[in-house]
Design a protein. Structure first.
Length: 362
């Protein structure tokens, strides 16, 4: 299986587990169909890979059209595999192989022939088969991915989403956008309906550590009206740093092969996030300024995220948020609009808590 060009490989693409202690790692793959705006989001996770705790095991969650939901768990941690140096992971359930067969990457043809329940994903492939006997629902997917943006300027080394400190085990959790934008070609069979697509916008990211932040929010969109080269990821949370906690947020924009980064060490970042329904952010550096507003009237879908007690329903998502984005650049001493964009396919999320009212930055 091919890998993306070296210049688009991000830090932290490989598996982080060091072989001991409480640990989770989670991966998120998203594809948005430009013909109808439907989104599929695949969320893969492994907890306590040593298998020595009651919450040890893996899961595959899928957010489907109209914020529908599918989940299967994989209790056998020995059937999980991941590459340490580059992006690659998978988990097997029922297969044609003997119990002694080591879980590993298979060619798409071998996977389709031998795996009845499971998934595998790399930087250029997302493939799987799942079946829920309690409902009779099934999901099958296979699509190839062509990365376009990693995380950073296209012709420069790719960056850690949380900066160079994310290379040290002091943040809880680590966060890395693996591919801010790419093209996906293949199919997804969702509950007896087949969706085929060519060059659909694709995205991927990951988290790792001992638990998610105590509280967080998130934006993601790479399907904008009249702006095919535009991709946005933004978010914030209250996270652990060594023995204290801090609230931080960032905005990252890729547009016409240029990266606009707004992070705590180069920008003033502020936010106003409702418990559900409205997300607002503003960020400003010496040279650029961005304003984001996300809105939804949908109820959203509860999703599971890692906690100290395993996967729990602690976050809410929609893939159909209305987003407005305004980017400004300083010219002749004043900030002037250089980009105004809108979308009705923005991923929006809130998680953790308590949410006893609108969360304002301090």
């Amino acid at each position: 299986m091919s890998n993306p060009p070296i210049k688009l490989r991000t830090p932290h693409s490989g598996y982080h587990w060091d072989g001991s202690g409480r640990f989770f790692e989670g991966w998120y793959y998203r594809v948005t169909l430009p013909t109808d705006g439907n989104t599929f989001a695949f969320m893969y996770s492994i907890e306590d890979p040593a298998g020595d705790t009651p919450i040890a095991g893996g899961a595959a969650q899928i957010l489907g059209p109209d914020d529908t939901y599918f989940i299967r768990t994989f209790p056998d941690v020995k059937k999980f595999w991941a590459w340490q140096d580059i992006l690659g992971l998978g988990h097997w359930g029922k297969t044609n192989f003997s119990k002694s067969e080591t879980a590993q990457f298979l060619t798409p043809e071998e996977f389709d022939k031998n795996i009845h329940q499971g998934y595998q994903a790399t930087s250029t492939l997302n493939q799987g088969k799942l079946f829920d006997p309690s409902t009779g629902h099934s999901v099958k997917w296979q699509y190839e991915i062509t990365p376009i943006y990693g995380w950073g300027n296209t012709n420069a080394p790719q960056q850690s989403t949380a900066g160079w400190l994310s290379s040290l085990p002091i943040f809880e959790p680590g966060w890395q956008i693996l591919m801010a934008h790419g093209h996906a070609t293949g199919y997804i069979e969702w509950q007896n309906k087949r969706y085929e697509f060519i060059n659909a916008p694709a995205y991927s990211e990951k988290n790792w550590g001992r638990s998610f932040p105590k509280k967080w929010f998130w934006f993601n969109c790479n399907l904008f009206e009249n702006h095919p080269t535009l991709a946005l990821t933004a978010g914030g949370g209250r996270r652990g740093v060594l023995w204290w906690e801090e609230s931080v947020a960032m905005v990252g924009i890729h547009y016409q092969e240029k990266f606009y980064e707004f992070v705590p060490w180069n920008a003033k970042v502020s936010w106003e996030i409702s418990p559900w329904g409205r997300w607002q952010m503003h960020a400003k550096t010496h040279h650029h300024e961005v304003t984001l507003t996300g809105i939804t009237n949908r109820p959203g879908l509860p999703l599971r995220a890692p906690t100290q007690d395993g996967l729990k329903f602690v976050c809410r998502d929609t893939a159909y948020g209305d987003l407005t984005l305004t980017l400004r650049e300083k010219k002749a001493g004043r900030f002037q609009d250089i980009l105004n964009a809108t979308s009705q396919c923005c991923g929006l999320e809130v998680g953790g808590g308590p949410w006893d009212g609108t969360w304002h930055s301090t």
